[in-house]
Design a binder for this molecule. Structure first.
Ligand code: COA
Length: 151
């Protein structure tokens, strides 16, 4: 599949909560609510970025920023826009912005069955450091805990 290059990025505001929740519902078995996105975007200790294609939001990524550590909460790209490099471009932008805000390390949790996500994070130097047993409530799947301590 061909890679796209024309992505734009902007920080999510509370007014983007509807569009973020709509993307979230297409991407996750247990989606966050509109209210969650409103709260997250309004919180000054978070960083949420929308990725836009031809002016339309097609995905987003977010993290919590605490004491030099960025904890990724979600990365989502609409199904019809996957496999074209959108998440790769978005992760690169999020790491750049997190570093500007003082982060030196990043962590996240991911399902062992989520092959595309595992490949994405490996590309950015994340390493598996352990598991949280039966972490995901919908199917009892473990979570793999990943860190990149040198972003
Ligand atoms: C994970 C996700 C964000 C990837 O988005 P994407 O825009 O398709 O990712 P990219 O096109 O940038 O691809 C990134 C890497 O993932 C891997 N990848 C992408 N699609 C893949 C697939 N279908 N199978 C296996 N690996 C895949 C590739 O290694 C790719 O890098 P490469 O093309 O340089 O080899 C997207 O699949 C998604 O939104 N999934 C649902 C939500 C989710 O699971 N989020 C992560 C939660 S932890």
């Amino acid at each position: 599949m061909g890679k796209e290059t024309g992505y734009d990025f902007r920080e999510m505001t509370p007014e983007d909560a509807d569009v973020a929740a709509a993307i979230e519902r297409e991407c996750f078995a247990i989606p966050w609510s509109r209210e969650s996105f409103w709260r997250e975007a309004a919180n000054e200790n978070t960083l949420y970025l929308l990725v836009l294609h031809e002016g339309t939001p097609i995905g987003f990524a977010g993290c919590w920023l605490m004491q030099g550590e960025a904890q990724i909460t979600n990365v989502a790209i609409l199904p019809e826009h996957r496999g074209k490099g959108a998440a790769t471009a978005l992760m690169a932008k999020m790491i750049e912005k997190a570093k500007e805000r003082g982060a030196t390390a990043m962590t996240l949790e991911v399902r062992p069955s989520n092959v595309p996500a595992l490949a994405l994070y490996a590309k950015f130097g994340f390493k598996s450091v352990g598991r949280r047993p039966k972490y995901y409530q919908d199917n009892g799947e473990d979570a793999i805990i990943m860190w990149n301590t040198q972003i």
